[in-house]
Design a protein around this ligand. Structure first.
Ligand code: ADP
Ligand code: MG
Length: 252
């Protein structure tokens, strides 16, 4: 692995097969992906091309059949399960299409959940959770339950939850797939501003307009990344990260 110091994610020669009854599904067939620190990389591809599988592997939610994934200098395959769980909670943020919020918890409690699971007292986490909800425009919804929120608001709570631990990487799987275009655009702008503040983001989407909000688009076909060398060379983010104090993903 020869990823440079400016590399946040390096996935190389990734194969992933699933067994489904008697058949073997080749979800990834030699995928490569390198994402620079602070880069917002969009992954596009038809349904079934392996986008979600790749994102899960980047987040250590599953293991590749062969190949390796290095995130923030750490080879995920080398980590024992409990360390990997901790790494995910403290260094990575996840946003999914269907929000995955707990219905019995308020917006701020949902936002605080990853740190609560990490052993911190829920009551102590409230100021940080409320601060993040204010940053995503939900300062007046902190005590609402998910059933009282719109789709766009639910996804912004999920974004606050993804950012609560001040992660180095945010992984988003079709984050606007269940939103109307206005709510989707708001979520995308929040993601873009987090990337401009220095967060590394990998976002899976089948919507080209959504993908264009990122710095670079990577196309996936049949489990392989199509990456023209000329474009791959421009992988660095265009903008220098802004000072962290204005960041969505700021220190607590
Ligand atoms: P995408 O997100 O691009 O739609 P996926 O990564 O979800 O694609 O799936 C890639 C391929 O792997 C598909 O053929 C899908 O049916 C298959 N697949 C994904 N997850 C599993 C699983 N847990 N078991 C069996 N097959 C799977
Ligand atoms: Mg998918």
């Amino acid at each position: 692995m020869n990823a440079g110091a400016g590399t946040m994610i390096h996935a190389a020669n990734i194969f992933k097969t699933y067994e489904r009854g008697d058949t073997i599904v080749h979800a990834l067939q030699g995928a490569h992906l390198e994402v620079a620190k602070g880069e917002f990389c969009s992954i596009m591809g038809p349904s079934g091309s392996g986008k979600s599988t790749l994102l899960h592997l980047l987040g250590g939610l599953d293991n590749p059949s062969t190949g390796y994934v290095v995130v923030d200098g750490v080879d995920l395959a080398d980590m024992p399960d409990d360390e990997l769980t901790m790494f995910r909670r403290r260094r990575l943020g996840f946003v999914f299409q269907f929000f995955n919020l707990l219905p019995s918890m308020t917006a701020w409690e949902n936002a605080a959940l990853p740190l609560m699971l990490d052993g911190q007292r829920l009551s102590k986490l409230k100021p940080r959770a409320v601060d993040l909800l204010e940053r995503v425009g939900l300062g007046d919804r902190v005590n609402h339950k998910p059933s009282q929120l719109s789709g766009g608001q639910l996804q912004r709570v999920a974004l606050a939850r993804a950012l609560i631990a001040n992660p180095v990487v945010l992984l988003a799987d079709e984050p606007t797939g269940n939103l109307d275009s206005e709510a989707g655009a708001e979520v995308l702008q929040l993601l873009r501003s987090a990337a401009d503040d220095g967060l590394t983001i990998v976002m899976v989407t089948h919507d080209r307009n959504a993908a264009n909000v990122g710095h670079r688009i990577v196309e996936l076909r049949d489990g392989r990344v199509l990456q023209p060398p000329a474009r791959a060379a421009k992988a660095a983010p265009r903008k220098k990260p802004a000072p962290r104090k204005r960041a969505l993903a700021t220190q607590s």
